[in-house]
Design a protein around this ligand. Structure first.
Ligand code: FMN
Length: 458
């Protein structure tokens, strides 16, 4: 560990001093350190209340309690660093706050005359609660930039910089302080010193950020069903409130009859294909009704008392929350006018959302292009998420889980369309902004997250 970093205990670590020991306590863990030597106790007190550099702390311990005590204290610091309980600062510029345990804080040997430095393409700056934060999905720490000069240095690091060129034009910045700041960035993987390996090079910035923040391991945010809005906001209702007075009752299939006549599961799985060419005799409104009933209707609403209403549907969904909605966009369907509808899963009916418009036309053209221009789909099932319904309960992994639900719904649609001898094809890209414009639905409230093409089989 570099001795010039100023060390401090993380804000959420409590220190209790007892006769011959120091107790440190986080939300999850309590540790006791023997501190019979008075100066070790004093050094712990500095860590909590009056941070000093590592070398100053070592000196302080050595002066009165000798080398053995220094070694003991150093091993304590190593353990605390590994736990992610120690913040490292280069004053007055920046503080690195670890976000996880299993944390190494070390930077390589540097030839300060020769080496140039560039910011990693994964590092990003953003403002949180009035502070400028530097973060990266490659790092297990976040860095608070305490001074505008630190922000200026980050700006300059978009281009390769030597230590000397980096300090140029920025007032009151010695080369020594610049080196220390660079060391802090190196120890937290904010700089790219060498070419990315063949695995990392394939990652896009947004994908790595999403991956690392929606899984555990590289951040300290709560994950899972935390109900963070429980006392603050009502959950969105289990069924979306009516969107229109113009409704069309859909055909309900007889499931008992279907169970006798359906092809087997093995036949469905073995014959399922993505089909992008369509019969000129179009899909019918009865077939659409049967498909939606078998895949997406509400079978039962369940009251989870003080928390939230959930439901049972044919496909599985995290927490039985069911945030996905289906908007059938109709191009060519026997018995239904071309328009955009919303499927009400409780009443099993379609609500007219909007007549055919330019936006819907574009969504169909996009789908046609995404499927290599084989044939214009007769129906485009646009799948949206009512984000707030899912975000109300889940945190960190919520958006990732929503995308998993889209996959679950895709497969359910594939299986049932195959059994019904329709032409199905999932799509991997879509335009949420055009959907928002075509429908007038607020992008942040509910956006399209998937599209599924449908038609009559040739
Ligand atoms: C999530 C997902 C996204 C897809 N995106 C597209 C797409 O954008 N365009 C397309 O023509 N097919 C798309 N497909 C269909 C795949 O190309 C198809 O499943 C794959 O080629 C295997 O063929 P099969 O489904 O006939 O077995 C997608 C499938 C899935 C599951």
């Amino acid at each position: 560990m570099n001795s010039f970093f100023t060390l401090s205990l993380g804000k959420d670590i409590n220190l209790i001093a007892e006769d011959e020991k120091i107790i440190l306590q986080s939300n999850a863990l309590k540790l006791s350190f023997s501190a019979s030597q008075l100066r070790i106790k004093t050094a712990f007190n500095h860590l909590k209340n009056y941070p000093k550099t590592f070398s100053e702390l070592q000196e302080l311990v050595k002066e009165k309690n000798g080398q053995e005590a220094v070694e003991k204290f150093t091993s304590y610091i190593e353990k605390l660093t590994y736990l992610g309980w120690i913040c490292h600062s280069v004053f007055p510029l920046a503080t690195a706050i670890p976000m996880t345990g299993d944390y190494q804080f070390s930077c390589p040997e540097i030839d300060w005359q020769q080496q140039t430095f560039t910011l990693s393409r994964f590092a990003y700056l953003h403002q949180i609660e009035g502070q400028m934060l530097l973060e990266s999905p490659r790092s297990k720490a976040k860095i608070i930039l305490l001074d505008w000069r630190a922000t200026a240095l980050i700006g300059k690091l978009s281009q390769p910089q030597s230590c000397a060129s980096l300090a140029e034009e920025i007032p009151d910045l010695t080369e020594e302080l610049t080196q220390q700041f660079i060391s802090l960035l190196l120890a937290t993987k904010m700089l790219s010193l060498e070419a990315e390996n063949t695995h990392l090079i394939k990652w896009e910035f947004h994908d790595l950020l999403f991956h690392s923040r929606s899984r555990k391991g590289r951040h300290s945010n709560p994950v899972g069903g935390t109900y963070r809005f429980l006392e603050k906001m009502e959950p969105l209702p289990v069924v979306k409130p009516p969107m229109s007075e113009q409704v069309i009752q859909l055909y309900k299939p007889n499931l008992e009859e279907l169970a006798k006549t359906d092809i087997s599961l093995t036949q469905v799985l073995e014959s399922r294909r993505s089909i992008r060419e369509y019969n000129e005799n179009p899909i019918t409104v009865e077939q659409l009704g049967e498909l939606l009933y078998r895949c997406a209707r509400i079978k039962e609403v369940i009251d989870l008392k003080e928390k939230v209403q959930v439901s049972r549907r044919p496909y599985p969904g995290g927490g039985a929350i069911y945030e996905l909605e289906i908007y059938p966009a109709i191009n060519y369907c026997q018995g239904l006018e071309a328009a955009l509808y919303h499927y009400r899963p409780d009443a099993h009916e379609l609500e007219l959302v909007t007549q055919w418009n330019q936006g819907i036309e574009t969504l169909f053209t996009d789908a046609y292009n995404a499927s290599a221009q084989h044939g214009m789909p007769q129906i485009l099932l646009i799948i949206t998420a009512r984000f707030g319904r899912f975000f109300w309960k889940y945190q960190s992994m919520a958006y990732a889980a929503i995308l998993k639900h889209v996959g679950v719904m895709y497969q359910t649609l594939y299986l049932v369309t195959t059994a019904m001898k329709l032409a199905p094809c999932a799509l991997g890209s879509g335009n949420s902004d055009i959907f928002a414009k075509a429908t007038g639905i607020d992008y942040y409230e509910e956006s399209s997250v998937g599209e599924f093409m449908l038609g009559a089989i040739l």
